[in-house]
Design a protein around this ligand. Structure first.
Ligand code: HEM
Length: 223
């Protein structure tokens, strides 16, 4: 894929656009999952709609999965190319002076998020695909809330999710704001856009942490 996109500018733009797409997904995903902490019915209704709507299932979901894979593969390609380029300019490059810790370690926060997605797909996406497209199980619009809450019984899974969301915040803190620059969004709204990106990088991961902790303690205290 890296070879397909020749110029490093085009690769950076592709990386930024796929990142902005995933940021939009995160906002949608956060909104749906946030309903689970105050209304099981609303969460079931929204999950059933997303889970049975043909446009979501057969158009948006494949685009999302492609976006996730594209963003990670391009991330590795860019990291390797940057490392090779830096090796050449090592004499002139003086560590932190040129960039923040977050920007120099995007690959590591990205790897933690990738590991999280591995666990997360095992927890939710794979069982969903098996339920629908392998077992062809009868559709029960009220099953989603129970399937969600039982996963948060385990304190190990809850801790892994919470730690992953801290790394998601570190990744978004640099990635979201810098994606505006990468796509050439440089005008009088740039400062506001950067401020919005920094607030998003804190609020959304913190929101996911609150969802995971409430689902966990709710389950533990009621079972
Ligand atoms: C407490 C936080 C979270 C909860 C409770 C949660 C819950 C879920 C559930 C129930 C599904 C299955 C949806 C379905 O296919 O029917 C799902 C899928 C998914 N989640 Fe999460 N999620 C959380 C955080 C995240 C985060 C932080 C990311 C990204 C970094 C993420 C990425 C995904 C992706 C890519 C899918 C598969 C696509 C989809 O089916 O929507 N999730 N999640």
């Amino acid at each position: 894929m890296g070879g397909l996109i020749k110029s490093s500018i085009a690769r950076k733009v592709a990386m930024a656009l796929s990142g902005l797409f995933l940021v939009f997904f995160l906002l949608q995903h956060f909104t749906i999952n946030f309903t689970s902490i105050f209304s099981a019915d609303t969460f079931n209704e929204l999950s059933h709609f997303m889970g049975t709507n043909p446009l979501v299932q057969f158009a948006l979901q494949p685009v999302l999965i492609f976006g996730v894979v594209f963003h990670f593969v391009m991330g590795f390609v860019l990291e390797i190319k940057n490392k090779n380029a830096r090796a050449v300019k090592y004499a002139k490059y003086s560590g932190g002076a040129n960039s923040s810790w977050m920007s120099r370690n995007m690959i590591y926060s990205g790897l933690v998020i990738l590991a999280f997605l591995g666990l997360h797909f095992y927890d939710f996406w794979v069982p969903e695909i098996v339920h629908k497209y392998i077992e062809f199980a009868p559709e029960d619009p009220t099953r989603y809330y129970h399937e969600l809450t039982v996963k948060f019984e385990s304190h190990v899974r809850t801790i892994l999710y919470v730690v992953s969301f801290v790394f998601l915040a570190l990744h978004l803190w640099h990635g979201f704001a810098s994606s505006f620059q990468s796509v050439g969004f440089n005008n009088k709204y740039s400062i506001a856009a950067t401020k919005f990106a920094k607030v998003f990088a804190i609020v959304i991961p913190l929101g996911f942490i609150i969802i995971a902790l409430i689902l966990h303690f709710n389950y533990v205290l009621n079972h």
